[in-house]
Design a protein around this ligand. Structure first.
Ligand SMILES: NC(=O)c1ccc[n+]([C@@H]2O[C@H](COP(=O)([O-])OP(=O)(O)OC[C@H]3O[C@@H](n4cnc5c(N)ncnc54)[C@H](OP(=O)(O)O)[C@@H]3O)[C@@H](O)[C@H]2O)c1
Length: 271
């Protein structure tokens, strides 16, 4: 592992979808990677592709991030490998479609664990060292560290039929914005990336492929990843990927909450 003149980005959920594309973007930009997800074969495939294309060195951590001990394990592995994590990308997440009262409880709690608790835990584990390094770093170094949390346009309103998922993403957005404010002037930045519907494994895994929302089309994961990377590098606290998604997110701000929730339900329903 480390090639000393390269920075390192740790990306959770790098085996598929947006996380995989973020891996490709960070590698193209000269980062080494720590790739985290359960699918070791997919991570190995990506690592080999990126080594050939960009000379990227990758540490692969095949781990289930819903396990409460997983964040500490990840930190331990990067410490043992003497890797300094310059950018933490909390991307791994999943949704669960259906009525809350009927959904599987264990799956629901795993969702909160991954989307909220693991994201918070990893942030708390890696952030203090980033702040310390920024204190002693040069101006150039101070601009290079940061945290990219993948939220969603789901963060902007309640989401009947994916009630818990939408609430987890509201947490990610608010947590990230508050943290970005706390870190003002520290040299470390936090960005919440808010994609709308994106063509990945997400909807199939959530059993949500029939949703009306998907009739409006989905963005491609690469565009979303590029938007996230650019916003992180610019130190923006929030980025909504895609103009249509931005408009939708703005439109709920001045509408009655009951109406917003009713419309959200319509888009979540399947015909
Ligand atoms: N697709 C959309 O429409 C959309 C819209 C807004 C926001 N998002 C958010 O974007 C992020 C990425 O999702 P995606 O769309 O790229 O979905 P995806 O294609 O299903 O990818 C999800 C990634 O998370 C990883 N993951 C899931 N459960 C995990 C676990 N228990 N432990 C470790 N890793 C786990 C998966 O890897 P393994 O299965 O190999 O573990 C995979 O790499 C999520 O936070 C999602 O909420 C997606």
């Amino acid at each position: 592992m480390p090639v000393p003149d390269r920075k390192t980005a740790l990306i959770t959920g790098a085996s598929f979808g947006i996380g995989l594309e973020l891996g490709r973007v960070f590698a193209r930009e000269g980062y080494n990677l720590v790739l985290v997800a359960r699918s070791a074969d997919k991570l190995r495939q990506l690592a080999s592709e990126l080594e050939k294309a960009h000379g990227t060195r990758s540490l692969i951590l095949a781990v289930d991030l819903t396990e409460p001990g997983a964040p500490a394990y990840v930190l331990d592995q990067t410490t043992r490998a003497d890797i300094q994590v310059d950018v933490l990308v909390n991307n791994a997440g999943f949704g669960q479609y259906g009525l809350f009262a009927e959904n599987d409880l264990e799956e629901c709690l795993r969702q909160i664990q991954l989307n909220v608790t693991t994201l918070t835990h990893l942030t708390r584990l890696y952030l203090p060292a980033m702040i310390e390094r920024a204190k002693v770093g040069t101006t150039t170094e101070r601009k290079s560290g940061g945290i990219l949390n993948v939220a969603s346009t789901a963060a902007f309103q309640p989401g009947p039929l994916m009630a818990v998922y939408f609430a987890t993403k509201a947490y990610v957005l608010h947590f990230s914005e508050a943290l970005a404010n706390e870190l003002n002037g520290s040299g470390v930045t936090v960005t919440a990336l808010c994609p709308g519907a994106t063509a990945t494994e997400f909807h199939k895994r959530a059993n949500a492929t029939g949703m009306n929302l998907l009739k409006f089309g989905a963005m491609d994961a690469r565009t979303v990843a590029e938007d996230g990377y650019r916003a992180l590098m610019a130190g923006k606290p929030v980025v909504i990927s895609g103009f249509k998604n931005w408009l939708l997110a703005q439109s709920v701000r001045f509408s009655p909450r009951g109406l917003v929730t009713a419309i959200a339900r319509k888009t979540q329903e399947a015909e």
